[in-house]
Structure formats: structure tokens, C-alpha cells
Design a protein around this ligand. Structure first.
Ligand code: SF4
Ligand code: SF4
Ligand code: SF4
Length: 367
């Protein structure tokens, strides 16, 4: 199993203003670092625990040979109810996001139990175990607003059978021994490559992909499970800090309609019309990647203090802002009118520059 990275879906490739460090923060062996604003990692140091896969809002990291969607259907088919790190998965269970956990708990006929204490995937670092606990707690909290399903947290002293053998982190690490590997030139080169920091540049082929709006599989999975549930009689509102995989927003009056947020939102949660006269928002498409906040210069886009569970069952597209578009008196193009002279920003700047040049020429001539 190898760690794979798709630079075209990482929010850092979309904008240099992105401050996302979720993958860097979760990595228990600290092998992910930011190089030229893009995540980079050393393959031989990676334990393929999948922590970064689980936390990445846009699913930019993945593990070769592992599909969370296939895992979901296999879990249901086998009518399993208990999950144990490294027994049920060749990676850490923290590879499963809150969305996966909710989808599994709801779709499963049996109560799902997770042996959290069995997770030793982070070695000395408790980061993954903590993340797994946080994911379960968040999944349970969100589910408690519309379902009586709950993921049980089991510990070592519980009735869950102990794993037959303790798998040590070191044994999972792809310690590609050079000694044994020098069987062929290719194997040697692979071993050397694995020890080098793998940095990712943005190729020409990535640029068109960056512009694509991609809804992560985990969101599609959650949505298809929720669609099959009966709607609750009433809907609750969660505090925004209690839900980390989606959000609701508002836009305040400082918005200049610079268009950046809805042009770069990776999933299309933010959008506009053909004239760019408004900002639309779909909470069910938002992955809370924070990119729109990172790029908004006046900080006009903000998190709504509460998240309405109603969005899970009756997804809506809300209009966050509308703009008064007028034709510029100078160039004739449409622009966002904020009052005063009916002239667009570009013409205004050009006019100011022309006045400055004129003043300069006049001063020189007088001298
Ligand atoms: S989008 Fe994913 S890969 Fe990119 S910096 Fe954030 S967590 Fe890392
Ligand atoms: S909310 Fe911010 S980023 Fe979006 S259009 Fe308005 S000013 Fe630009
Ligand atoms: S609305 Fe903002 S936080 Fe949500 S997916 Fe789009 S850019 Fe990310």
C-alpha cells in the first residue's frame, strides 16, 4: 500500500492563500511538509496509516488499493459490527472520516462498535487515536440530532476479542531495506526514490483539473445514505464548532464581489450566475476546507454560528449576496456598482494613473 497524492484537488494548489495544514498536523511521523506551498512527503517514512487521507477535506490523499467506498459496501455486505484497527483495515481506522462513520452507522443493521484502544497506529504519537475518538464523537453528536443510532466505543477491557497479535507500527512502516532490495536496478531506484522527499509541482495537465468542481466520494456516500432516511419531525441546529465537515455561511456588506470565493470553491458549494450578480451557497456541497475564508480580502464571508440539520434532509441553495450591476460609463462593461460615479474599478484606476502622469508632465515642464 502506498500513499498517493493528487495535487489538482488540494486547496493549496488552487490558491497560494490557502492555510490548510490538516494533513501536516495529523501525520504521526511528521513526514508531510509544505514545500512551495504544496504538501510533500517522503514515501519511505510514511507508515500508510491513512491519517492524512481521513482528514483531507478534498480527498487529495489516498492509499493505493484502498477505496473507502468499496470498504463501506463490504462492511455492509459482511454484516460486520465491530471495527478494529489494522485487523479490518490495513491502515488506521482514522482513514475513515466523520462522513464515512455516519454513513456506516446509519446504513448498518447492526450497531457499529470501534475498538479505539486497539489503535496503536501512531506509535509514540497519540494523534491518530485522538482523531479516531474525535471522529466518533462528532459522528455520534451529529447523528443524535436525527437518529437513535450510535457508534459504540469499545476499549481493551471490553468484550471485543483482543486482536490475535499486536501489530507494531514499525512492522507496518514500509522500511524498504536497501540490502534486500538491490535485486534489480529498478528496485534499487525505487528504494532510493522512496527515501527522497516527494514534492509536487502544478503541471499544465493539473491546471484544467484544478478548475473542475469535485464532490468528494465521502460526501456522495453520506448524501445517498441520508436520502434513504425518514425526515425528522423537527430539525436541530448545531453550533458551528461541533461540525467539522460542512458549514453554513453568510456574506457581510464588506463584500466587493471580487468573485474569487465562488470561482475557486473546489466543490461548487459557492457559485454565481452568468452575470456574477449574486453569491449562491449549498451547505451540502461545502467540505469546510476554509479556502473561501482564506482568499476573501475584506473577510466578508463568515461562518454562520449554527449549522441547520435541515440541510441534510432538505438541501437548499441560499443566496448569500446580490449585487447591483451597472454598465461602466467609460468602457461599457458590467461592474458591481457601490454608489457614486458609474465607472468600473479598472477605468477608475486608469483614470487616476492618467491624472498622475499628466501632473508629472506638468511639473517637469514648469521646472
Ligand atoms: S487540501 Fe488536503 S492535501 Fe491539501 S493541504 Fe489540505 S489536507 Fe493537505
Ligand atoms: S465574499 Fe469575499 S471573496 Fe467572495 S466575492 Fe465577496 S469580497 Fe470576494
Ligand atoms: S464554501 Fe468555502 S469552505 Fe465550503 S467547500 Fe467552498 S471554499 Fe471550501
Amino acid at each position: 500500500m502506498n500513499l498517493l497524492f493528487d495535487v489538482s484537488t488540494c486547496v493549496r494548489a488552487t490558491s497560494k492563500f490557502s492555510e490548510c495544514t490538516k494533513c501536516v498536523d495529523i501525520c504521526p511521523v511528521n513526514t508531510i511538509e509544505i514545500v512551495d506551498n504544496i504538501p510533500a512527503f517522503t514515501p519511505s517514512a510514511c507508515t500508510t496509516c491513512g491519517g492524512c487521507v481521513g482528514v483531507c477535506p478534498t480527498e487529495s490523499f489516498s492509499l493505493s488499493g484502498f477505496s473507502s467506498v468499496e470498504f463501506f459496501f463490504k462492511f455492509l455486505e459482511e454484516e460486520s459490527s465491530e471495527l478494529v484497527c489494522q485487523k479490518d483495515l490495513y491502515s488506521c481506522l482514522s482513514v475513515l472520516s466523520v462522513e464515512h462513520l455516519i454513513a456506516m452507522a446509519i446504513a448498518s443493521d447492526n450497531p457499529v462498535a470501534i475498538d479505539v484502544d486497539a489503535c496503536s497506529c501512531g506509535g509514540e504519537s497519540p494523534k491518530l487515536q485522538e482523531q479516531l475518538r474525535l471522529n466518533i464523537e462528532e459522528a455520534n453528536f451529529v447523528m443524535s440530532t436525527f437518529s437513535d443510532k450510535e457508534i459504540l466505543i469499545k476499549n481493551r477491557n471490553s468484550e471485543i476479542e483482543k486482536r490475535e497479535e499486536e501489530v507494531k507500527v514499525a512492522s507496518r512502516r514500509s522500511l524498504f531495506s536497501l540490502k534486500g532490495a538491490i535485486k534489480s536496478k529498478q528496485a534499487f531506484e525505487e528504494a532510493v526514490d522512496a527515501d527522497e522527499l516527494k514534492a509536487f509541482g502544478i503541471e499544465l495537465s493539473d491546471i484544467s483539473k484544478i478548475k473542475n468542481r469535485v464532490i468528494p466520494d465521502k460526501r456522495k456516500l453520506l448524501f445517498s445514505v441520508l436520502k434513504r432516511l425518514d425526515k425528522p419531525e423537527s430539525y436541530e441546529v448545531l453550533a458551528t464548532e461541533d461540525i467539522n465537515f460542512t458549514s453554513q455561511k453568510f456574506v457581510d456588506e464588506s463584500c466587493t464581489n471580487c468573485q474569487i470565493c465562488y470561482r475557486i470553491c473546489p466543490t461548487g458549494a459557492l457559485s454565481s450566475d452568468s452575470k456574477f450578480s449574486l453569491i449562491n451557497f449549498d451547505a451540502m456541497l461545502c467540505v469546510k476546507c476554509h479556502l473561501c475564508h482564506d482568499v476573501c480580502e475584506p473577510n466578508a464571508i463568515q461562518l454562520q454560528p449554527g449549522f441547520e440539520i435541515k440541510e441534510f434532509f432538505e438541501p437548499s441553495q441560499r443566496v448569500l449576496a446580490t449585487f447591483d450591476l451597472k454598465r461602466c460609463n467609460e468602457c461599457g462593461n458590467y461592474f458591481t456598482y457601490h454608489g457614486g460615479e458609474q465607472i468600473c474599478m479598472r477605468c477608475k484606476i486608469e483614470e487616476e494613473e492618467a491624472i498622475e502622469l499628466h501632473e508629472l508632465a506638468r511639473t517637469r515642464n514648469n521646472v
